[in-house]
Design a protein around this ligand. Structure first.
Ligand SMILES: [Zn+2]
Length: 426
C-alpha cells in the first residue's frame, strides 16, 4: 500500500518449550519473505509477536515448577538462540502479549458495545454470528450444530463456534483485573490488538503456518473487522502468506538419530546453514517430507557450495534482484529453483557469480557455528573466571585485573553478584 513502508505481521511463538522443526519452518519462511521484501523495498516493517500468556505456558510452569515469568523468559531466550542459529533476523518489532493487556481490555469493550461480543460466566466470547464473513480465509463452512450434541463445558456459549476473548483465572493462575473479574486474554485477541497498535490497519501482509489459517487467522479477521464495523477482510490485511506443513517421519528419524525434533537437538549434528537450506529446499506452499536423508542431502549441497563461496571475499551480502537467484526468489519465493540455479552457476563459473552468491548467502545463510564451539568457549570463560577469583582471594589484584581485561577483549562482561560471578557475551 505504501512503497516507502511495507508492513508485514507474522504470528510468533508461544514461549513454553523449545522450537520444534515444524515451528522452525514457519519462522524461516516468514524470515525469507521479510528478507526478500527488504531486498527490494526501501523500508519494511516486519512485526512478529511473542505469546507469553497462554494455557500451554501455565501448564508447563506447573510441570516445571517455576513461575510463568521465568518459564516464558527461559523459552524466549531459547527461541532467540535457535532462530539466530537458523539465520533468522530479529523482527523490527516484537511485541509481548502481556505488555498489551490494557489495550486488549479496551478492544473487548468496543466489541461488547457493538454486540460482537458477550459476557457469560466470567468469560467474554466473540459472537461469530455477528460477522457475516466468518471463515472467509479458510473457506470453512460453519455448520449449524445441534446444541444437544455439545460437551458440557461449552453450554454457556450462545453458539458452539463462539470463541474466547477473555477467560477467568483462578487464584493460583496468572490474571489481570478487568471489568469481568480477574482473568486473561484469549490467544486470537492478542494479534488483532497488537497488529492494530504496532502497524495500524489495514496492513500489507499477514502470515503464519498453514495450521493457523483456521481458527486463528479467521478469528483475527472477525475481531478486527467487527472492531472497525467493516465487513471486508481486506480492511485488516491485504495479503495472506501461509507456509505448508512439515511432515515428520517420526519413526525413521528417532530410530536413526534419537530425538531430533527440536532445533536444539539438531545442533549436535548439523549447522544452522544446513538446516535452513533443508527447510527451504521445498517451495513454501508445499508440505515438506522431513527426513534425515533430506538433512544429509542439504548438508552435502551446502558444503559443496561453501567450498566455492570461500573463494570470494564478499564484504556485504545484498539482494540482487536481476541475478538468477534473485529472479527465482521474486517468482513466488521459488527457493528450490534458486538453489538449483546456484548449484548450476557454481559449476559453470558464470561471470555474474558474485552477485548470485551474495544474493544466495543473504537469503540462505544460517549460522556456520555448531554447538561444540559454543561449549568450548564457555568452558574457557568459566576457567578464566575461576582463575580471576582465585587471584582475588589471594589478594593478587593485578593478576585478577589482567584476566578481567582479557575477558573484556573477548567481549565477555562479568558481574559479581552475592559472591558469585555471572558472565555474558556482549
Ligand atoms: Zn496471530
Amino acid at each position: 500500500m505504501d512503497e516507502n513502508n511495507v508492513r508485514y505481521y507474522s504470528c510468533g511463538p508461544t514461549v513454553y518449550n523449545n522450537i520444534h522443526i515444524g515451528n522452525a519452518r514457519a519462522f524461516v519462511c516468514a524470515d525469507l519473505l521479510a528478507k526478500v521484501l527488504k531486498g527490494i523495498y526501501k523500508k519494511v516493517t516486519f512485526v512478529s509477536n511473542i505469546t507469553d500468556i497462554d494455557d500451554k505456558i501455565i501448564e508447563a510452569s506447573v510441570k516445571e515448577k517455576i513461575s510463568i515469568k521465568e518459564l516464558s523468559k527461559r523459552y524466549f531466550e531459547q527461541y532467540k538462540k535457535d532462530t539466530k542459529f537458523l539465520g533468522i533476523d530479529d523482527p523490527d518489532n516484537q511485541p509481548f502479549a502481556t505488555d498489551f493487556i490494557k489495550e486488549m481490555i479496551d478492544f473487548i469493550n468496543v466489541l461488547i458495545d457493538k454486540d460482537a461480543a458477550y459476557v457469560t460466566n466470567g468469560n467474554v466470547l466473540f459472537r461469530v454470528k455477528s460477522f457475516k464473513n466468518y471463515g472467509i480465509l479458510s473457506e470453512r463452512i460453519i455448520q449449524e450444530q445441534d446444541s444437544g450434541s455439545r460437551v458440557d463445558v461449552e453450554t454457556y456459549k450462545e453458539d458452539p463456534n463462539d470463541f474466547t476473548l477473555w477467560k477467568p483465572s483462578t487464584d493460583d493462575e496468572p490474571g489481570w483485573e478487568s471489568p469481568w473479574g480477574l482473568g486473561r486474554p484469549g490467544w486470537h485477541l492478542e494479534c488483532s490488538v497488537m497488529s492494530e497498535i504496532v502497524l495500524g490497519v489495514p496492513f500489507d501482509i499477514h502470515g503464519g503456518g498453514n495450521d493457523l489459517k483456521f481458527p486463528h487467522h479467521d478469528n483475527e479477521i472477525a475481531q478486527t473487522c467487527a472492531y472497525h464495523s467493516n465487513e471486508s477482510a481486506e480492511s485488516f490485511a491485504k495479503y495472506w502468506f501461509h507456509n505448508g506443513f512439515l511432515n515428520l517421519d517420526n519413526e525413521k528419524m528417532s530410530k536413526s538419530l534419537g530425538n531430533v525434533v527440536y532445533i536444539d537437538d539438531l545442533k549436535k549434528n548439523f549447522k544452522g546453514n544446513e538446516i535452513r537450506l533443508a527447510l527451504l529446499s521445498t517451495h513454501y506452499r508445499q508440505p515438506i517430507p522431513w527426513s534425515l536423508e533430506l538433512l544429509e542431502q542439504s548438508k552435502n549441497i551446502y558444503q559443496k557450495l561453501n567450498r566455492e563461496f570461500k573463494k570470494y571475499n564478499l564484504k556485504e551480502l545484498k539482494f540482487y534482484k536481476d541475478s538468477k537467484v534473485g529472479k527465482a526468489l521474486l517468482d513466488d519465493l521459488n527457493t528450490p529453483l534458486a538453489i538449483r540455479e546456484m548449484q548450476r552457476l557454481v559449476s559453470s563459473n558464470d561471470s555474474d557469480l558474485e552477485e548470485n552468491i551474495s544474493t544466495f548467502k543473504y537469503i540462505f545463510e544460517g549460522s556456520d557455528q555448531d554447538l561444540s564451539i559454543d561449549k568450548k568457549l564457555s568452558n574457557e570463560i568459566e576457567k578464566l573466571i575461576e582463575k580471576r577469583n582465585n587471584a582475588r582471594n589471594n589478594n593478587d589484584y593485578e593478576k585478577a585485573d589482567k584476566i578481567r581485561d582479557k575477558l573484556s577483549e573477548m567481549n565477555v562482561k562479568i558481574n559479581d553478584v552475592n559472591g558469585k560471578t555471572e558472565w555474558e557475551i556482549l
